[in-house]
Design a protein around this ligand. Structure first.
Ligand code: PLP
Length: 414
């Protein structure tokens, strides 16, 4: 991939930023600097307008009504399945289950794929850097079945120790679940390499793609994994939307998790037969407006172009890390060779929450806390970190303001 000249990248990023109305607001009388996109991303006007248009022009329930509005709503909703299938390069649209987010997607795999096949003595393999959403569902499945959770370790730089992951793939392991990108460290895991190892041993691999898809092109077939979970609100779409991609044969073998309308073929009091995947897993009225918005977000990303987004973000990451490394007493957590623009850090003598509160008064939004990754905090021996998480709409000027504000608030705390 040839890198575009810096000036061209900057002009493209400025154009994209103008699509995000919220980024123009002030907070505490200062221009907002939004460095919390790993928590939830801001939405472009195209997404906001798509949701607005849905409610103004074709609000109706999906897959139920024969009237025109129902047909339009269904076509828009099902169209998002096609867009998601293209977005991750799925083999077919039937491999896309629409969910409320990654959390629901992983729970679906835990309950409908893992649990029916787990027994005492089996294991599920995760890594030290997982979000709670990719730990707790497996713990619940293990508790019910008598299986156990195994953990593949990371090193001090925040990189998965691949040999240890592969060594841990013993015959008792019935599924491995790994994040594509760490929400705390920004580390990009070598999923294709891990998938080659799990595939060789016949162990399904689930990938938590929450923090990957907003930053670079995801191709599930090239990755070679078996399940891939996405969340819409980090992908510049509405909250309460997301998807599970799974290989068709795996979905076919999975029983439904929720029962209700739209997931059945026929209901009798003597018993029910179920719809084929993916509808078998989509009981009840979904977040239709939200998915229409997610469809607009995917269109937006396609036009923005993943390559130019990735290049701009990598330039932001280098700038941010270099600036933070120059701050005395600042420790960065996560120095992996391959990262997205997510940087966790602490400053000697300053509490993360105090710094975040003072930075908020400078108009800067960033997260402090455990980031739903307690075991990772335990690994580093800290209760919390500050996390600056950027997206393509951020600028180099914002990084400079942020670093200057950091120096200012630190003096206040001294
Ligand atoms: N996995 C990772 C790596 C995350 O960062 C998050 C959200 O922060 C989740 C899972 C959960 O996503 P959601 O709450 O949208 O389901």
């Amino acid at each position: 991939m040839n890198a575009a000249p810096a000036a061209t990248r900057k002009a493209a990023a400025t154009r994209l930023r103008a699509d995000f109305p919220l980024l123009a607001r002030n907070v505490h009388g200062k221009p907002l600097i939004y460095f919390d996109s790993a928590n939830t991303a801001q939405k472009p006007a195209q997404v906001i307008e798509a949701v607005d248009r849905f409610y103004r022009e074709f609000n109706a329930n999906v897959a139920r009504a024969v009237h025109q509005l129902g047909a339009e709503a269904t076509s828009a909703y099902e169209g998002v399945r096609d867009k998601l299938a293209r977005f991750v390069n799925a083999g077919s649209r039937e491999e896309i289950v629409l969910t409320s987010g990654t959390t629901q997607a992983i729970n679906l795999v835990a309950w409908s794929h893992a649990l029916p096949n787990l027994k005492a003595g089996d294991s599920i393999l995760v890594t030290t850097m997982e979000h709670h959403a990719n730990i707790v569902p497996w713990q619940l499945a293990c508790e019910r079945s008598g299986a156990q959770l195994k953990v593949a370790p990371i090193d001090e730089r925040g990189e998965l120790i691949v040999e240890r992951f592969i060594e841990a793939l013993t015959p008792d392991v019935k599924l491995a679940a790994v994040t594509h990108v760490s929400n705390v460290l920004g580390t990009i895991n070598p999923i294709a390499e891990l998938a080659r190892a799990t595939r060789k041993r016949g162990i399904p691999l689930l990938v938590d793609g929450s923090q990957a898809a907003p930053h670079f092109k995801v191709d599930v077939r090239a990755l070679g994994c078996d399940f891939y979970a996405l969340t819409g609100h980090k992908l510049f779409g509405p909250t309460g939307t997301g998807a599970l991609w799974a290989r068709k044969e795996l979905l076919r073998a999975m029983p439904p998790m929720f029962g209700g309308g739209e997931m059945i073929r026929e209901v009798r009091f003597s018993g029910t037969t179920f719809a084929d995947p993916p509808h078998r897993f989509e009981a009840g009225t979904p977040n239709i407006a939200g998915f229409v918005g997610l469809g607009a977000a995917l269109d937006y990303l396609e036009v923005a172009g993943h390559e130019s987004v990735t290049q701009h973000e990598q330039a932001l990451l280098a700038h941010l890390q270099d600036s933070l490394r120059a701050v005395p007493g600042l420790r960065i957590f996560g120095q992996a060779a391959h990262k997205v623009p997510v940087v966790s850090f602490l400053i000697e003598g300053a509490h993360a929450h105090d710094l975040a509160t003072l930075l908020d008064h400078e108009g800067i939004a960033l997260r402090s806390g455990h980031h739903c990754a307690h075991p990772l905090m335990q690994f580093y021996g800290v209760p919390a970190t500050l996390r600056a998480s950027l997206a393509f709409y951020n600028t180099h000027e914002e990084i400079e303001h942020f670093v200057a504000a950091l120096a200012k608030v630190r003096r206040l705390l001294a």
